[in-house]
Design a binder for this molecule. Structure first.
Ligand code: 5AD
Ligand code: SF4
Length: 445
């Protein structure tokens, strides 16, 4: 036996799907370096947090975790901070939490093997490649956590610099992977039995194939045509770069899911301009009209920020009227949170937190009614779901192509496998889920 048996790590992930997938790659890297993953902090020699700094609350979480477990340093445990807070705060983390020995931003993960050696020998290690990096994080091995849905990064970083957003600073400049390597990964996933693929990037629509072979829409279509793949999703889209060709391929390729996530952020052209979003309300609505005009019944979801500096009551009402005009299936809504380094940090006209909270409650209530209305349309329909597991009440949980959660019952004695596909008739609907009864196993399950 080598001495590697005692190299153990615990990893907790905060934030978005990009972080979840980065963690799968980080875990793959650590396993290859001879580490073993353990489920609790207590069992681990190395404690890692893959962090999110999109809003202040997310950032504070990691400092609370570090404070909670500080005492474990006395047992010789080491701590590492990865991801967006690592990149944003850099070596300041060592001052604030001196028990941390590794700080590594997401653009530096390819250096992890050497960084691990440094901390094993009792040194501190820092990986803070800045925006300038041209490298993608390609790993030999990705420790995928979901056996049916595989994530594939197609583009890292972001060049948009929306006024409120830390991502261009924490994840660096845009760099796309070649379409051939993305397709090779998709085929590999299909060979392993994956049936759903989710293409990831902060802005997938600005994908540029370094080999010049495929546009984003063409890549999407090609992934959808990989044998064995039944569902393809993509996130996140930026309205400025969202072309009509994407709706065309959604129409043409049946495996692409009936869903578009198109973050709007605000319904006011003045606020969109202040946010440096690079589109107007009307331009956004034009894209929505392409989606509405599709033959397929596509669900539309969005992200919204309330209380951006200077947002007037009238401008906020424009966001409310936009919700009516679009008819979103659901929305992720946020109070504006000032972030370090971002262009908006210098703006005054701050809106009091109470006012932001009120606007958030109003927007949420309105969206809840819209979601309930949108879900009601499914009553009586039979839809295909991918089985995800069981809920505490013993019903099965499935997800529709439109990304809706559907809780359903099956005939007595029937057992389902997670990852299988079944047809379910919808018998009830709520604002954030549907209820139904299984009709049959879907074709090809
Ligand atoms: N404050 C509030 N919400 C933010 N988002 C990004 N930055 C901020 C911020 N500073 C939201 C946007 C984005 C989503 C991922 O998070 O709506 O689309
Ligand atoms: Fe942030 Fe804007 Fe880039 Fe999205 S597009 S990651 S909101 S800067």
């Amino acid at each position: 036996m080598s001495g590697t048996a005692d190299k153990t790590f615990y990893l907790e992930t905060f934030g978005c799907q990009m972080n979840v997938h980065d963690s799968e790659k980080v875990i793959g890297t650590l396993l290859q370096e001879g580490y073993r993953q353990v489920p609790t902090v207590e069992e681990a020699g190395l404690i890692l947090y893959n962090t999110c700094s999109i809003r202040d609350k997310a950032e504070q979480k990691v400092f609370h975790r570090l404070a909670d477990y500080k005492k474990l340093q006395a047992q010789g445990k080491k701590f590492g901070v990865l991801g967006c807070v690592a990149q944003q705060e850099g070596e300041k983390i060592f001052e604030r939490a001196p028990h941390v020995s590794m700080v590594c931003g997401s653009a530096s993960y390819r250096n992890l093997p050497e960084m691990l050696v440094q901390i094993e020998t009792g040194n501190r290690s820092t990986g803070l490649d800045d925006r300038a990096t041209d490298h993608c994080f390609e790993t030999e091995y990705t420790a995928r956590t979901n056996p049916h849905r595989g994530y594939i990064t197609i583009i890292e970083g972001c060049d948009k610099f929306c006024a409120y957003c830390v991502v261009p600073f924490t994840r660096g400049k845009e760099r796309s992977r070649t379409s051939s390597s993305v397709l090779a990964e998709a085929r590999q996933l299909a060979d392993l039995g994956y049936t759903e693929i989710q293409l990831l990037g902060q802005n997938v629509n600005s994908y540029r194939d370094p080999d010049g072979k495929k546009s984003f829409a063409e890549l999407l279509a090609a992934v959808g045509e990989v044998a064995g793949i039944r569902r393809v999703r993509f996130t996140t889209s930026h309205p400025r770069d969202f072309g009509r060709d994407i709706v065309d391929v959604l129409e043409a390729v049946p495996t692409l899911c009936d869903h578009v996530h198109l973050p709007v952020q605000s319904g006011s052209t003045r606020v969109l301009d202040a946010m440096q979003r690079l589109y107007t309300r009307d331009q956004y609505l034009e894209r929505i009209s392409w989606i509405h005009a599709a033959q397929r019944d596509l669900s539309i979801t969005t992200d919204l920020i309330v209380g951006f500096p200077g947002e007037t009551e009238h401008e906020f009402e424009q966001t409310l009227s936009l919700l009516d005009e679009v008819g979103y299936d659901s929305a992720f809504t946020f109070k504006y949170s000032p972030r370090p380094n971002t262009p908006a940090i210098g703006l005054d006209d701050a809106i009091p937190d109470g006012e932001k909270a009120w606007r958030l409650a109003v927007v949420n209530e309105k969206q809840k009614q819209m979601s309930a209305h949108r879900n009601k349309r499914h009553l009586g329909r039979t839809v295909e779901v991918m089985v995800e597991g069981k809920n505490p009440r013993g019903q099965w949980i499935g997800r529709t192509s439109q990304i809706k959660v559907l809780n359903f019952t099956v005939p007595e004695g029937v057992e389902l496998k997670t990852g299988s596909y079944v047809d379910v008739r919808v018998t009830a609907s709520f604002s954030n889920s549907l209820v139904g009864e299984m009709v049959s196993a879907a074709r090809g399950s």
